[in-house]
Design a protein around this ligand. Sequence first.
Ligand SMILES: Nc1ncnc2c1ncn2[C@@H]1O[C@H](COP(=O)(O)OP(=O)(O)O)[C@@H](O)[C@H]1O
Ligand SMILES: [Mg+2]
Length: 270
Amino acid sequence: MSKSNGSQRIPRAKGIDMATVYSPKECGKKARHLILPDFNQRIVDEFIAILGMREEFEEHHVPIPNKIVMYGPPGTGKTLTAFYMANLLELPLVLARLDAIIHSHLGETGSNIRKIFDYADTFPCVLFLDEFDAIARTRDSNDEVKEMARAVNTLLQCLDDFGDKSIMMAATNLEKELDQAIWRRFDTKMTYSLPDFGRRQHYIEILLGDFRCEASALTEACDLLEGCSFADMEQIVLKAKRKAIIERQPLLRGYLKDAYDEYKPDVAKI
Ligand SMILES: Nc1ncnc2c1ncn2[C@@H]1O[C@H](COP(=O)(O)OP(=O)(O)O)[C@@H](O)[C@H]1O
Ligand SMILES: [Mg+2]
């Protein structure tokens, strides 16, 4: 396991390099500008409130939620939300990409999954499994079906055994492909979508900061970037800023348009 700086109280795991650990502070830095729709913000707030009331929930024999699945298009803030939660909960984040632990050797994938869960079980943390559909897919028709079915079984067991001192989060772009049995294991589901006009405006304002801009550049950008993810918007605005800096100009509308054309976001315009 690779371990990042500033996370001294986290035990090291030997012999595997499949997960990265981030301290709560590092997580806070990464998630500084997360923009969530109101319904997701409410889910996060309620989740945090419940975790702060453990005794009351135990008294009423109501289980504490601790498994979140996030789904929606790429670049809309799923990974960022995992960092945000870890920071709010003041827990380290253990991040593993499931697509990176698939192994062609018999049983290796399942054993990799178990290693990650065993490691995360040694200290309270947010265990975040990114690219979750890589393993938790409904059985598809390739040669690795049996190996995957075994891996899904292991994943189910690991989810059932997961202790309540930690939080488990998973992200996928392809919720329709998730195995139903896995899907049911999650007590909290968060859906992500492309930003609406208001959220585009908010995010572009953050991206522009105090950069000198042509008067109508912000509104122009909000319209132009319709259908883009947050990640696309970030790349396009940065490109436009670079053009402005090279030309020693304020951010002109034309730079945004050029940046958009060069970046070619994958946008289905209506
Ligand atoms: N909701 C959001 N609010 C602010 N920035 C975002 C948001 N979604 C994505 N971004 C930007 O795009 C980058 C990639 O986002 P990420 O969380 O990895 O998306 P996902 O996991 O949904 O594919 C982030 O590092 C951030 O710069
Ligand atoms: Mg992601």
